[in-house]
Structures are given as structure tokens and as C-alpha cells.
Design a protein around this ligand. Structure first.
Ligand SMILES: Cc1cc2nc3c(=O)[nH]c(=O)nc-3n(C[C@H](O)[C@H](O)[C@H](O)COP(=O)(O)O)c2cc1C
Length: 160
């Protein structure tokens, strides 16, 4: 059984998720790259592993491969503008409007993030037109704030 892309998107769009920015820094040029992503998850506690699924054609994909590291910045309820920026803007204009800093690996962590992890690539797996990057968490933090959500193609917020 195979699904049309539109039907696949419609069905999976019913799974409400958080929203994050997955990012890395090119080791030679020092240029940061990042994309809005909801295909991120925790994987393992010992060792502490997370995953991010990144489309082969994304600028961020090559950057993560070259750097061997990435960061996941979890977006807060007021960060819809950042989510749209990192999904829609040209790669070289995304970070111009988003303050960031680096932690251990050199991957950019967004200052606005309500939580973040900094990871070294631990394994990569074939995920069809995406690569599943599994990262070992080497640093991270989070604050007590409300998340940005994504559901059926639109952004929402959960306040608590
Ligand atoms: C809500 C949302 C979630 C997304 N999740 C992913 C994802 O998990 N993986 C991915 O590769 N692209 C995802 N995208 C698409 C990328 O953000 C988009 O293709 C981006 O422009 C690629 O940037 P780059 O080429 O600068 O790396 C998502 C987009 C949106 C709006």
C-alpha cells in the first residue's frame, strides 16, 4: 500500500507536536545553518540520545554531516515568527534575525529557546528522503515556559 504525499501529510498532521529549530555550524566557514523541525524526539536515557530527521536537500543536512554535531532549540509559545523564519527564509538570511550563542559543540543555540540540547552525531540512519541523525547530548537546559505547537498545518499554543 502506498500513500499520496498530500494524504500522508494530512494524516500525520493530526499528530500534534512541539516545534524546534535543528541547527549546526559549518566547521570551515563558520556559517550557521538551521531549519524548523518537528521530526525530533528523545531516543535513549543511557547514553542520552535524541534524533532529528533532516531532509537530504536541506542546507542544514550537509552542515550537520560536515560538523558532526547539531543543536535542537525547542521553541516557546511566542516563537511562531522564528518557526516561520527557519522554515521559509533563504538559508543565509535565517540567523540574521535570530539571536543565538554556542555551547559545547559550536552548533548555534537560539537565545529564545525554552529548552535546548547540544549534540555530537552518534549515528546516522537512512530515513528515505530524510537522514535520521541520532545525537549524543553533551549539554542542555530548559526553562519553565509554554511551548509552541504544530497541528494540522497550523501553529498553536499551550499555556499552562
Ligand atoms: C512545522 C514544520 C516542521 C518541519 N519539520 C521538518 C523536519 O522535521 N525535518 C526537515 O528536514 N524539514 C522540516 N521542515 C521543513 C524545513 O523547515 C524547511 O524545508 C527548511 O526551509 C529547510 O531549511 P534549510 O534548507 O535552510 O536547511 C518543517 C517545516 C515546518 C513548517
Amino acid at each position: 500500500m502506498s500513500f499520496e504525499a498530500a494524504e500522508f501529510r494530512r494524516i500525520l498532521g493530526h499528530l500534534a507536536t512541539g516545534v524546534a529549530v535543528v541547527s549546526s555550524t559549518d566547521p570551515e566557514s563558520g556559517v550557521p545553518r538551521g531549519l524548523t523541525a518537528n521530526a525530533v524526539a528523545s531516543v535513549s536515557l543511557d547514553p542520552p540520545l535524541v534524533l532529528a530527521c533532516v531532509e537530504h536537500g536541506a542546507e542544514t543536512h550537509e552542515c550537520i554531516e560536515r560538523a558532526g554535531a547539531f543543536a535542537i532549540s525547542i521553541l516557546g509559545a511566542d516563537d511562531e515568527t522564528i518557526a516561520r523564519r527557519f522554515a521559509d527564509y533563504p538559508a543565509d538570511r535565517k540567523f540574521a534575525g535570530a539571536a543565538y550563542h554556542t555551547e559545547v559543540t559550536g552548533a548555534p543555540v537560539l537565545d529564545e529557546a525554552l529548552g535546548w540540547v547540544d549534540c555530537r552525531v552518534w549515528a546516522t540512519y537512512d530515513g528515505g528522503d530524510h537522514t535520521i541523525f541520532v545525537g549524543e547530548v553533551v549539554a542542555g537546559d530548559a526553562e519553565d515556559a509554554s511551548p509552541l505547537l504544530y497541528f494540522r498545518g497550523g501553529y498553536g499554543r499551550m499555556d499552562r
